[in-house]
Design a binder for this molecule. Structure first.
Ligand code: MN
Length: 288
């Protein structure tokens, strides 16, 4: 299944180049009670929709994908987790570029740990990403996004994929500079995911996917998730050793070499094999 959110927060299934509107199924979800949850309610209770999805008439309520405005496919992630140095070739380029490393020497994820992006940075396709500091270098980072479906802490590598709902393309936008990553990578619009969630049953192995990023049609990043230093299972294990993972949490798994600055008006297209392409623009006008 490919699940999207579009227009005024309608829920859809992507089928070929069309969207099937399934918003009416959300009436089957339980009603949350106070205190309202921090996690994504839809993904936390998605199993209640599965019987109806199995018998859905896919011929009704169809719209061309080109006629809808796709939004971030997770509405309310409790947290967005980033892996800063998870491809060897990116560690090499980061250590060679003072504008990236600012005097630090990157070693291993074991030593640096993960970081959190503010969930207000969440964005979907079709947006114009604004520059928080237009005079400073702002970079693209294409990544495989992992969407958590089932809560857990201290999850073992062996059980890790049981807690995954699906996958998406992710853009971990970044201002380069000396500040903590949790600040530099958390501007509004800097956590782009989409174009939809592909459920894990359609992704036999998340650790063998090609990923590419183009700017204005020119290839800037091209790699494969087989080069992840911490693969998807290890990231789930490592993250959940520190904090409980909840439905809707997103893990951005790290970026390969080729990161670089984007300029006003640039068009970014990020693609992960089997998960679709995510297109966004950098804002034309600078900070108001
Ligand atoms: Mn990143």
């Amino acid at each position: 299944m490919k699940i999207c959110i579009y227009n005024d927060n309608r829920l859809g299934l992507v089928d070929g180049d069309e969207v099937v509107d399934i918003t009416h199924l959300m009436a089957m979800l339980p009603v949350p009670s106070w205190p309202y949850p921090r996690y994504d309610w839809l993904l936390g209770h998605f199993d209640t929709l599965r019987p109806a999805l199995a018998t859905l008439n896919l011929q009704e309520n169809r719209l061309p994908l080109t006629a809808v405005c796709l939004l971030a496919p997770v509405a309310s992630p409790g947290k967005i987790i980033g892996a800063p140095i998870n491809y060897r070739d990116h560690i090499v380029e980061a250590n060679a570029d003072h504008e990236i490393n600012h005097g630090k020497t990157y070693t291993t994820l074991d030593q640096y740990g993960l970081f959190l992006k503010a969930n207000t940075c969440l964005a979907g396709p079709n947006i114009d990403i604004e520059y928080p500091f237009p005079e400073r270098r702002t970079d693209h980072e294409v990544e495989l996004g992992v969407v958590i479906g089932r809560a857990g802490r201290r999850i073992s590598r062996e059980n890790a994929l049981d807690h995954v709902f699906g996958y998406c393309v992710a853009l971990d936008m970044t201002v380069r500079g000396p500040e903590f990553p949790g600040f530099r990578k958390s501007a509004d619009g800097f956590g782009v995911i989409g174009p939809w969630i592909t459920t894990k049953d359609e992704v036999p192995d998340p650790n063998t996917l090609d990923l590419t990023l183009t700017v204005n049609g020119e290839v800037r990043q091209a790699s494969n998730t087989r080069y992840l230093l911490f693969d998807v299972q290890r990231l789930v294990e490592y993250a959940s050793a520190m904090y409980t993972l909840e439905p809707g949490d997103i893990i951005m798994t790290g970026t390969p070499a080729g990161v670089g600055p984007v300029l006003p008006g640039d068009e970014i297209c990020a693609t992960v094999e089997g998960l679709g392409s995510l297109r966004v623009r950098m804002a034309q006008s600078e900070r108001k």
